[in-house]
Design a protein around this ligand. Structure first.
Ligand code: PLP
Length: 280
């Protein structure tokens, strides 16, 4: 496989990274994961916009968006992978370890491509989850490389035999450790508003567009853990997880233990978007 680091495309096994890259010391950077279906990018513009926005939020103002598009496009062309994901990371730069950062540093970009397939079994059968306190910082809208809390809380789910951790602040559900969370109650779709408490997922936005197009009423309004447990349907969304039903929370069966009607309709609409890619 071909990867990209600091200006060069190389074979994976020839890439060496600089230990003074601030991504190592401080997680001082931002990233994106973009999905490729049948060799075509899905929602590339949205991901690139968010990358530039995240960078700007942490004071990296000199990120060249068109160069980022060029890197992921070339990476997709150079790797013979039809269905995969591209990880692209932008660190503030390379320099001796010092909290304060020199303003003259150029961002350092790392990008590579993985082969992945759609999580079809989970999208059909649903997954189990646990809940946990959301003790992350207050800039969760930034897709930061700092994922320590997310990593620790995901690990707790895995150790409990579950697939995802649903986070809450004082009983109010924010999002998953690497996903956004939706519930359906009495036919109304609901998810946390896109503020500083969550990452505004690109998949989340696509789901809201599907709801709009299919006349499914929705609210961007936070809900509590109690409302989660009492929901008619629950699903999580992300670039790689797509739209996946949740059938268990903290070992209790929720949402009748199976994929609900609204979830199914949203999945159908999302599928149409993916299939449209190859018709143009
Ligand atoms: N929330 C968090 C914390 C995430 O890490 C992610 C993606 O990895 C998401 C939500 C979903 O975002 P997207 O749909 O853009 O992949």
């Amino acid at each position: 496989k071909i990867s990209y680091y600091n200006g060069e495309f190389k074979n994976d096994d020839e890439v060496t990274v600089d230990y003074n890259d601030r991504a190592f010391y401080f997680g001082d950077g931002v990233y994106e994961v973009v999905r490729v279906y049948n060799n075509e990018f899905f929602t590339l513009e949205e991901h690139m916009d968010r990358l530039v926005r995240s960078a700007s939020e942490i004071g990296i103002d000199n990120l060249d968006r068109s160069r980022m598009v060029e890197i992921v496009t070339q990476l997709n062309e150079k790797n013979n992978i039809d269905n995969g994901s591209i990880y692209i990371q932008v660190s503030r730069g390379i320099g001796k370890r010092n909290h304060a950062y020199p303003l003259d540093k150029s961002p350092v970009v790392l990008a590579y491509m993985n082969e992945i397939s759609r999580p079809t079994a989970q999208m059909e059968d649903g997954i189990s989850t646990i809940t946990a306190d959301d003790y992350r910082w207050l800039k969760c809208h930034v897709k930061s490389l700092n994922l320590l809390a997310n990593v620790m809380e995901k690990e707790r789910a895995v150790r409990a035999g579950a697939h995802e951790t649903i986070l809450h602040r004082d009983g109010v559900v924010t999002e998953g450790s690497s996903t956004n969370v939706f519930i359906v109650k009495d036919g109304v779709l609901r998810t946390h508003p896109a503020d500083n408490m969550i990452l505004n997922g690109i998949t989340r936005l696509e789901v809201l567009k599907v709801a709009e197009a299919r006349n499914i009423p929705y609210e961007e309004k936070a809900f509590t853990v109690d409302e989660l447990m009492d929901a008619d349907e629950i699903f999580i969304t992300s670039t790689t997880q797509e739209v996946t039903p949740v059938t268990e929370v903290d070992k209790k069966t929720v949402a009748n233990g199976s994929k609900g009607e609204v979830t199914h309709a949203i999945q159908e609409g999302f599928d149409e978007k993916i299939h449209k890619l190859n018709l143009v």
